[in-house]
Ligand binder design. Structure first.
Ligand code: URA
Length: 212
């Protein structure tokens, strides 16, 4: 698995405001969208393209366009929904599938409660949106879903990641041929005893949408 930790002063600045517990929900939502657009720029570096002939007002030239079928973007509900706008702003023609997953706060085990994905993902590039890579349980399950449906290229975009989550992903997919990439805004120190990322930003879903 390839891991890319974005290293850009704008990302560090936005992340600092995002982490601050004084930051309110509207600002938090806005910052998540902006951060995803910046991370998506890196995450789509290997997006599939083809050459096309076009004519500019001056001359003919060979340009580049995204290939069909277009990539599939999969936000993990609930918190991943806050990342969707920022992603489709960069790839407006992407298809969007949804996975609803929740982790049990005691056992930290993930389970799926909703699934709306194309049946056949053969040959598709997939981008999973999940803000917090903590234990890795949710992301591992999501990646397994996509591989089972034939996805051949998977990139996860996470705002923050914990070393434990990255290690779990690396172990889970060590012998899988499908290329898997992780693009993250920062690699934090660790998980605490409640499975929260430290220093982290708290519960991403609650900070985006309130405690419901
Ligand atoms: N999920 C969150 O929202 N925050 C964490 O710190 C870990 C998992």
């Amino acid at each position: 698995m390839k891991v890319h930790v974005a290293d850009h002063p704008l990302i560090s600045h936005k992340l600092t405001v995002l982490r601050d517990k004084q930051t309110n929900s509207p600002t938090f939502r806005q910052l998540v969208e902006e951060l995803v657009t910046l991370l998506a720029y890196e995450a789509t570096r290997e997006v599939h393209t083809r050459s096309v002939e076009i004519e500019t007002p001056v001359t003919a030239m060979l340009g580049t366009k995204l290939t069909d079928p277009k990539p599939v973007v999969v936000p993990i509900l609930r918190a991943g929904l806050g990342m969707l706008e920022g992603m489709v702003r960069l790839i407006p023609t992407a298809e969007v599938g949804f996975l609803g997953m929740v982790r049990d706060e005691k056992t930290l085990k993930a389970s799926t409660y909703a699934n709306r994905l194309p049946e056949d993902l053969s040959g598709r590039q997939c981008f999973i949106l999940d803000p917090m890579l903590a234990t890795g349980g949710t992301l591992i399950m999501a990646i397994e879903y996509l591989i089972a449906r034939g996805a051949t290229d998977i990139t996860a975009i996470c705002i923050l990641s914990a070393p434990e989550g990255i290690a779990a992903l690396e172990k889970a997919f060590a012998h899988v041929d499908v290329p898997i990439r992780l693009v993250t805004g920062a690699l934090d120190q660790k998980l605490n005893e409640h499975g929260y990322i430290v220093p982290g930003l708290g519960d991403a879903g609650d900070r985006l949408y309130g405690v419901v």
